[in-house]
Design a protein. Structure first.
Length: 94
């Protein structure tokens, strides 16, 4: 089994807004190219991922970056929870 493991992406606000409309920039383009060239069986992404308070956009961003059909497992980090209660973030991710 081939696993692509990523961590601490720290996607900024501007990069997030662009990614949500399909305009990938910087390291997100590199990650997309890597995921296409390596063709992993699963992708594991560990936080810190997005700007504080934006965790509900994780799935939408992953759909722009990663190829369809490859399972993506995500663990949020402390930066993803700043200014939010864990329960609130978890509810948005469900």
């Amino acid at each position: 089994m081939k696993i692509l493991c990523l961590a601490d992406l720290h996607i900024g606000e501007t990069q997030l807004q662009k990614a949500l409309i399909g305009e990938l920039t910087g390291h997100l383009l590199e990650i997309q190219a890597l995921s296409l060239s390596e063709n992993p069986d699963v992708i594991a992404v560990a936080g810190d991922l997005l700007p504080p308070g934006k965790a509900e956009y994780i799935s939408a961003v992953w759909k722009q970056i990663f190829p369809a059909g490859i399972p993506v497992m995500t663990v949020i980090g402390n930066h993803d929870l700043w200014y939010s209660k864990f329960e609130d973030v978890l509810a948005k991710l469900r």
